[in-house]
Design a protein around this ligand. Sequence first.
Ligand code: C2E
Ligand code: CA
Ligand code: CA
Length: 558
Amino acid sequence: MRNYRKNIGLKRHVLVVDDELINREILGNLLKADYEVHFAEDGQQALDILRARDHIYSLILLDLLMPVMDGFQLLSILKEDDRLRSVPVIVMTSEKDAEVRSIKMGASDFITKPYDMPEVILARCERIIELQEDKSIIHAAEKDHLTGLYTRDFFTEYIRQIESYKPERKMDVMVLNVDHFHLINELYGREQGDQVLICIANTLSRLFERLQGIGCRPSADYFYMYCENGTDYEALFRTLKEDLNSKLPSANVRLRLGVYQDVDKSLTPENWIDRAQAACDRIRGDYSRHTEYYSNEFYEKTKYQEKLINDIDGAIAAKDLIVYYQPKYDITGDRPALRSAEALIRWKHPELGMISPGDFIPLFENNGLIQKLDRYVWQEAAQQVASWKKNFGVSVPVSVNVSRMDIYDPKLRDDFKSLLDRYHLETRELMLEITESAYADNADQLVNVTEELRSDGFMIEMDDFGSGYSSLNMLTSIPLDALKMDMKFIRNMQKDEKSMKLVELVMDIAKFLQVPVIAEGVETEEQLKLLKARGCDIIQGYYFSRPVPPEEFTKFIS
Ligand code: C2E
Ligand code: CA
Ligand code: CA
């Protein structure tokens, strides 16, 4: 800022206001090397000059005793003038009393007459100009041009300052987002978009005093607010909507609020914003809610999940992950006969205790760790089949779960092959369960991969059948060897007619595809009888056994 003038040969303008010619000449000579100097003989003349060309003067040097309009009068007029208020004034006087009075009236500094130390005068002028320019730079960085709210850096800095004065006060942080703001810009134009942002900022600004808060606009369609704990956010939301509807009835604006209440003072303002932001993110795309609160429960869950992710490698190494087996019985004959088993993972965590797969499988499916875990289970299962074969002389095939991610792994077939080689198993001894919903995202690739696996000799069971979206048309092209009916049909089939009809429908589809039906989640004899009567082939469920550790499973074999 300071250098650009020098670079382009611009001098700052200084206005000298004095009724005595000799004083004007002395100051003019003193300043002319560094500044472009203009002159006025009284307050009124000065005011006319200033008003004719506002914004160009960097400094006014003002005599106090003048005819027409004296220095004090001019000072009080400048103070009330929005555009001229920011021009700094140095008062020139020989009276001590006048100094105090003029500083109180808004002068920045004073120079005593007579002018006996030119270098002091020059230094003072320079310093006052610099101070004023710094102040306006700060002002520009402090406020967002469009809305007049603070910028992010100043917002967090002011929070720190407020906190240092009142650390004991309970405070909240809110993050507000305009959903699909770019659409408003595209549909109605940028102008309208700006109006939306201004309207929101105005509403917030109006509320700050009552909520004891401050706010900022850190980026295009985001607003942050820091305010006293106990704020009614539902009411705040309603006020924002009402203002938007009355000022901009055509723009259909959807807002999302994330609130972190009673912020943890041991964390930083940035952390508080992150938490409010996390709450705000959580309801993205959820049109049933507009406000979400950051909760400890939410925080605990995130922390818990992070811990699981961190611990997975150690758990595999320490064998804290244990594979349980649940028997599947063939019920087509007179007496149920053990046919195979499903491998189901359990995590015996040294600190957290037994963790069910429902808590970590979906988490690992989201971040890719599932592949590591699945491979661990496959190898444990293969080893187990081999060991039963050796100890009991019978083969109990085990089905393992194959996740959607595994399907896209080009090494999948080779990995299975080397696993079988290693434990001298037939492909029939390791069956693969693939959930129906996996077929939904990339049916072609899935069909290719399963076709190859089947040509290698693997049996493919479509898991959770009925929960996904397979079309009848697609089913005929998917290579599979069994349908595993989704558990909820069985849970509900005695309660409502529709579920029973769906069970029958699944049987019909299986008959049409010429594959057996496996019913899982069978808990009672009655369920078993109903299913048997409708032609179900294989049963898995608590009726026969829960998933059990391998040592316990031996009782089903012997
Ligand atoms: P799934 O593959 O559909 O497994 C069947 C689930 O039903 C198992 O829950 C089993 O314990 C439970 N179950 C079996 N019989 C009954 C019954 O009669 N009543 C009730 N209420 N439940 C029964 P689990 O072991 O908690 O596994 C849940 C899910 O976690 C599995 O659903 C599967 O999707 C996933 N999972 C488990 N182990 C693995 C694994 O090694 N790899 C992968 N990718 N996923 C796994
Ligand atoms: Ca399964
Ligand atoms: Ca299942």
